[in-house]
Design a protein around this ligand. Structure first.
Ligand code: S3P
Length: 426
């Protein structure tokens, strides 16, 4: 499918974005191993989070969806039934990597598959620690899905992750729920802590320090009623659009601003964007607020070290901001971008060049000079939701219509993206 985006004048309006993808996955998975019936409100409408629901259904869990609310009939930590077919994680790295942690402790064999993109994404990062805990795993060429897991009795480990990954941290902590004793995960840079926060909501004590988290198994989870805040990574497209399109005024309602995700807001402000957080509150341990953004004079900036890990999902749209800014954007230490839903360094570079924008790439990032103009062009999502949406934002500033090929990819995290965009662009 394709969308044609025409250049926009000012953007205005108040609206919401889907429930946070990371939090939705975690609530569904934890609810499936909790004892009793959990209800999750404002569950993400994105296809990825529905892949998680399909997988837990495949494990014998009764799940019903009413609009944005999901009811999960948890059967306790050992309550999954052996699946009668492959578990399909679709496009979702979070589903396959985090669910593997729960499957490692089950006394049956399961096989996880994914779409073409997920089938190229590395799984050794979870296979290593799960094997150390005692699960038996195999994968295509030793590292790609399909991933087969033969679960069993797990022993706790103290695991230092070689890469900063919340999916890996979560996988090991979820496996640790089954293991008798203390499982500790150490991270080289801080990553999102939604698993730690959610586990506490489900009644599991989690100890955390600077750079480590620890759970004690075997754990028991109590069913909960939960509400998911809006997804800051989805809001990011509109934060950049609202800041970059002159004269704009947008309010994005009830967006999650967990400190381990909110580096985005600080970075945008440091880059010159006028962003404010209003009406803050905390629910289920997760802070949220309304985000107001207005047309701003953008300086640009530099993303490296820990900041690269903290902004990893937002870098495609920040590249668009960089090109429109006065001084441009430099990104380093972001080699993980090459193994996301697509190689996001190449996807950003190809599409910026199609729009006449200069970019130099390196193994772990890129440099985009500032003060550039976006030309009318055809851009290609490569099946990656964040690439499709980032270039829709670029299109708002182009000198003519922009065709976005593969626009349907947005539905992985944000099916309502195109209608929301049309609503604010008038
Ligand atoms: C996520 C962690 C990040 C992020 C992904 C969601 C999560 O991946 O890019 O979109 O929900 O834990 P990594 O763990 O691979 O860094």
């Amino acid at each position: 499918m394709q969308e044609v985006i025409t250049p926009a004048g000012r953007l205005t309006g108040a609206f919401s974005v889907p429930g946070d993808k990371s939090i939705s996955h975690r609530y569904a998975m934890l609810a499936s191993v909790a004892e009793g019936v959990s209800t999750i409100h404002n569950y993400s409408s994105g296809a990825d989070c529905h892949s998680t629901l399909a997988c837990i259904r495949g494990l014998g869990i009764d799940v019903s969806v009413q609009g944005r609310s999901v009811t999960v009939h948890g059967r306790g930590l050992g309550g999954y039934r052996a699946p009668s077919a492959d578990l399909d994680a679709g496009n979702s790295g979070s589903t396959i990597r985090m669910l593997s942690g729960l499957l490692a402790g089950q006394h049956f064999r399961s096989r996880l598959v994914g779409d073409e993109s997920l089938s190229q994404r590395p799984m050794q990062r979870i296979m290593g620690p799960l094997a150390q805990m005692g699960a038996k795993l195999s994968a295509r060429d030793g590292r790609f899905p399909p991933l087969e897991i033969e679960g069993g009795v797990l022993t706790p480990i103290d695991y230092a992750m070689p890469v900063a990954s919340a999916q890996v941290k979560s996988c090991v902590l979820l496996a640790g729920l089954h293991a008798a004793g203390e499982t500790t995960v150490r991270e080289p840079a801080p990553t999102r802590d939604h698993t730690e926060v959610a586990l506490r909501e489900f009644g599991v004590p989690v100890e955390c320090g600077g750079g480590w988290a620890k759970v004690k198994g075997p754990a028991r989870l109590r069913a909960q009623e939960l509400s998911v805040p809006g997804d800051l990574s989805s809001a990011a497209f509109f934060l950049v659009a609202g800041a970059a399109v002159p004269g704009s005024n947008l309010v994005i309602e009830s967006v999650g601003v967990n400190p381990t995700r909110a580096a985005l807001i600080d970075f945008l402000i440091s880059a010159g964007a006028q962003v404010r957080v209003l009406n803050s509150s905390i629910r289920n341990g997760e802070p949220s607020g309304d985000l107001a953004v207005s047309g701003s004079r953008l300086k640009g900036g530099r993303i490296e070290g820990r900041l690269a890990a903290a902004l990893i999902d937002e870098i495609p749209v920040l590249a668009v901001l960089g090109a429109a800014s006065e001084e441009g954007l430099t990104v380093r230490d972001a080699a993980e971008l090459r193994i996301k839903e697509t190689d996001r360094i190449e996807a950003v570079a190809e599409n910026l060049r199609r729009m006449g924008v200069l970019i130099e790439t390196s193994d772990d990032g890129f440099h985009i000079p500032g003060g550039q103009r976006f030309r009318s062009a055809t851009v290609i999502s490569r099946g990656d939701h964040r690439i499709a949406m980032a270039f829709a934002v670029a299109a708002l500033m182009a000198d003519g219509p922009v065709i976005i090929e593969g626009s349907e990819a947005a539905s992985v995290s944000f099916p309502e993206f195109w209608s929301t965009l049309r609503g604010i662009a008038g």
